[in-house]
Design a protein around this ligand. Structure first.
Ligand code: C2O
Ligand code: CU
Ligand code: CU
Length: 442
């Protein structure tokens, strides 16, 4: 779905949907009856109008992940609730100079986010590059995971799974089990990969092909870099240039160890644990036929301004932690608390107040034994220190992994507009359990 004359008008219905996954029928939740929902293609300066209808039996809403659009009124407002059976009209206006790239949309109603995304509610957004890299074709690849029971219904999620962050055992690309793709040798493709899994980290590899990283989340790299393996936390995207070579290649992921419950919950581990490092095949690419013409070089792309050259107006430290059990007594349904700066999410409270048109430096700390991928809405973050080391070159992301007991320093330019929004852990179960804070820019 592409914008025309600067406007993209669409209707999105979130509804229970029956789909085929591999050899079986499954009852999922999807936008407009398809898994994933439609891909939206827009340009800087466009207006996007979404008439959303909620045909689920739980409240929902839509968030345009990573887009730099105003959180005020009926734009990307995470505090909007669209009740079951109701509709809501969204309007987003992209600044003229919006960074091109791969973004996505998903529900964001606190308490229901992990369940709804895991059920199949997600779709891609492409902000077209005014100076695109010439490619033979591009592919949007949304990776998701789902857990189904024997009758093809969404499986029940246990309390320990919520605390660790659920990982569905069936991993899909564009709603399909191990889809195939084909190309001729000597072609160049652009792959836009989205990690739409609620909690699963991806460690991606594609054997036998020339793979270069062009963009991570928001910022384009000054030059594409050769990669053999890439880690994507939940919510992260990458754009890859694939120069095809004859043969059969498989896009795979292997499990990523992302911490544990430190002796709690019987020592349960995330990421399937260290004894489960069997690769999961995601997509099979067949490269055969007459070689294509030689591909051209990659024109240098615009990068975002470097905030390391700019004065910092304010510094803050924000801490992600897992606390004691909520509600006292231990029992099968007991939940640990997931907090930011010692507090669980409260939509009424404002946790951070920032001034529009200032640059801030944030040190994100993690005093827990699990990794937490931190996501800030509206404004991208430039990573400046990670793992104690200064980052050289631009690294712009909207989801930044804070390793267990580690810290990351980022800079943020609060440009363009004010408003109230959120930051949170993008392990969506953690977000639903309270690991989210509010921010007001004015
Ligand atoms: Cu992808 Cu606040 O979310
Ligand atoms: Cu987001
Ligand atoms: Cu988390």
């Amino acid at each position: 779905l592409a914008s025309r004359d600067g406007v993209l008008d669409l209707a999105l219905e979130a509804a229970p949907t029956r789909v085929r996954i591999g050899a079986r029928e499954a009852n999922v939740h999807a936008f407009n009856g398809s898994l994933p929902g439609p891909t939206l293609r827009v340009r800087g300066g466009d207006t996007v109008r979404v008439a959303m209808t909620n045909s689920l039996d739980t409240p929902t809403n839509i968030h345009v992940h990573g887009l730099h659009v105003s959180p005020e009124d009926n734009g990307d407002n995470p505090f909007v609730t669209v009740e079951s059976g109701e509709s809501f009209d969204y309007e987003y206006v992209l600044p003229q100079d919006h960074p091109p790239g791969t973004y996505w949309y998903h529900p964001h109603n606190h308490g229901h986010v992990a369940d709804q995304v895991a059920a199949g509610l997600y779709g891609a957004i492409v902000v077209e590059d005014p100076d695109p890299v010439p490619v033979a074709r591009e592919r949007v690849l949304i990776v998701s995971d789902i857990a189904l029971d024997d009758s093809g219904n969404l499986a029940e999620v246990t309390a320990p799974q919520r605390m660790l962050g659920r990982e569905g055992e069936t991993v899909l690309v564009n709603g399909q089990l191990r889809p195939g793709a084909s190309a001729a040798p000597g072609e160049r493709e652009l792959w836009r990969v989205v990690n739409a899994c609620p909690s699963r980290y991806l460690r991606l590899s594609l054997d036998g092909q020339g793979v270069r990283l062009l963009r991570r989340d928001v910022g384009r790299l000054p030059e594409p870099v050769d990669v053999t393996e890439l880690i994507l936390a939940p919510g992260n995207r990458v754009e890859l240039l694939v120069d095809t070579r004859e043969g059969t290649s498989t896009l795979r992921t292997i499990s990523v160890e992302r911490g544990n419950m430190d002796g709690m919950m019987g020592g349960a581990r995330s990421g399937d644990g260290p004894d489960n490092d069997e690769p999961i095949d995601l997509l099979v690419l067949e490269v055969a036929g007459d070689p294509a013409e030689e591909v051209r070089s990659v024109p240098a792309g615009p990068t975002l301004r470097d905030l390391r050259d700019e004065p910092v107006e304010a510094r803050r430290t924000i801490d992600f932690a897992m606390g004691g059990m909520r509600g006292g007594m231990r029992g099968p349904g007991q939940m640990m608390s997931f907090t930011i700066d010692g507090r669980e999410f409260d939509a009424e409270r404002t946790d951070q107040r920032v001034r529009v048109d200032t640059v801030e430096e944030w040190t994100l700390t993690n005093s827990s034994p699990m990794d937490h991928p931190m996501h800030l809405h509206v404004w991208p973050m430039q990573v400046v220190v990670d793992g104690g080391r200064e980052i050289s070159g631009p690294r712009w992301q909207d989801v930044v992994n804070i390793p267990a007991f580690g810290e990351v320093t980022v800079r943020v330019a609060f440009d363009d507009f004010g408003g109230r929004t959120v930051y949170h852990c993008h392990i969506l179960d953690h977000e639903d359990l309270g690991m989210m804070g509010t921010l007001e820019a004015r």
